[in-house]
Design a protein around this ligand. Structure first.
Ligand SMILES: [Zn+2]
Ligand SMILES: [Zn+2]
Length: 427
């Protein structure tokens, strides 16, 4: 019995073209009604005055590090950080130790999340055994065990024939292929975006072409196989143009961008600080501006964090030795509200769509909506709340962020999963 009445908020649900002041009634963990004068007889109340009440936010791309790298993150700590960021669901990338390339690991992640994570965790299965890019992983078995997509994120598939097979299987199973698009020969040895800043820092560059070659390859293979292909953490203007073109041709191609790629550029990489080191790297100003345009014109389908925890012991070393990746759950909403909505680039409705119904559709989740009968996953946020991010208060086990101390306008207030408040801001 999970009942709740969320009162006095502005309910915005792009899946139903809804934007009105209303109450949301939850009965037995499901949305029972959205409207005025909803009769709640005795259900506990949550006052959402001054806040927006939206479907629960979904992060298509995160690394929870369990099994195998629990010193960096666990399903529990990552789940708590996600909840504190306003997310009700996250997709867990398969590059754990062992890799999620079989049903046993998939089961382990689902069972652990059920017991320990405050948010829903949906595992992504590997494309190839051990993500070694040699033989396909047992995709059907993993699908039966509960994966919602396949990806070799972190160790992208270089062999085009293997990718073609993976896409054929995936389309047969109704699974989306998410690729970290990087030609590892073109990017070999690279530390940051290839450009003037890399030159000045004396660091080897990662070219835009190393991403674009693979985006182009994958679009061609998706067109041949009929697979649904999703570009993970798209970072260059050229990649975005190809996605735009593919969409015009009616292909089922989608893409996500991360908050760090739409806020920062390679010029922000300072003092060899490894908290600015990630893959794909922070790109040029022109690339960043292209991503903003794609967010505004609808080419970009979703915002995903690529939350990638690394402990200080590994991240606090010379730039070229430090691992790639930054954490992102707790800053994503605030950065998107501050930089995209308050700048006038996108509307609140579009902002919510990027985090809810769009990601749900990309992987076929029955989430991202407040329609009656849906699971009551709800994100409550205050678009006006001013706050300063302090990573030392983070629920994550890791601290690797380029956003320490950033001041933001807008942030999450409460996260509700299946009708239960799993996180709320102290007020
Ligand atoms: Zn990646
Ligand atoms: Zn990733």
């Amino acid at each position: 019995m999970t009942d709740l009445l969320i009162q006095n908020g502005r309910v915005i649900d792009p899946s139903q073209q809804l934007d009105q002041k209303a109450d949301v009634l939850v009965r037995d963990g499901l949305i029972a009604a959205v409207g005025h004068d909803v009769s709640a007889d005795g259900a506990p109340r949550f006052d959402a005055s001054g806040c927006v009440v939206a479907p629960g936010f979904i992060d298509l791309h995160a690394h929870l590090r369990q099994p195998g790298r629990e010193h960096a993150e666990t399903i529990e700590s990552g789940g708590r950080a996600a909840a504190a960021g306003g997310f009700t669901s996250v997709l867990a990338m398969p590059n754990t130790q062992p890799v999620n390339d079989n049903a046993a690991v998939t089961h382990f992640i689902i069972q652990t999340a059920r017991g320990q994570s405050p948010v829903n965790v949906y595992p992504v299965g590997a494309i190839s055994e051990g993500s070694r890019g040699e033989r396909l992983a047992p995709i059907g078995e993993m699908r039966d065990a509960g994966i919602v997509a396949i990806s070799d994120d972190g160790r992208p598939v270089m062999n085009s024939d293997l990718m073609r097979h993976a896409m054929s299987y995936a389309s047969g199973f109704g699974l989306t292929v998410m690729d970290h698009c990087e030609d590892l020969d073109l990017s070999a040895g690279g530390q940051m975006h290839e450009g003037l800043t890399a030159l000045r820092h004396g660091l080897a560059g990662i070219s835009s072409a190393s991403e674009e070659v693979m985006v182009s390859r994958n679009i061609l293979l998706a067109a041949r196989t009929g697979a649904r292909f999703h570009v993970a953490h798209l970072s260059t203007a050229g990649s975005l143009d190809m996605v735009r073109h593919a969409k015009r041709r009616g292909l089922p191609i989608t893409c996500e961008v991360t908050p760090h790629h739409f806020t920062l550029t390679d010029e922000d990489v300072k003092d060899y600080d490894a908290n600015y080191k990630m893959k794909p790297p922070l790109r040029s100003r022109q690339d960043r501006d292209a991503l903003l345009e794609g967010l505004a014109d609808g080419t970009v389908d979703a915002i995903a964090t690529d939350h990638a925890p690394h402990p200080g012991s590994e991240k606090m070393q010379e730039f070229d030795l430090a691992p790639f990746g930054v954490i992102g759950f707790e800053t994503a909403l605030g950065l998107a509200l501050d930089r995209l909505v308050h700048s006038g680039l996108i509307t609140l409705t579009r902002f919510i769509e990027l985090f809810t119904i769009n990601p749900a559709r990309i992987v076929g989740l029955d989430r991202g909506t407040l329609a009656p009968g849906a699971v009551a996953d709800v994100t409550v946020f205050n678009p006006e709340r001013r706050w300063i991010y302090d990573v030392n208060q983070s629920f994550s086990r890791s601290r690797n962020t380029p956003f320490q101390g950033v001041s933001l306008r807008g942030g999450p207030v409460a996260t509700i999963v299946g009708g239960r408040i799993v996180w709320q801001i102290s007020r």
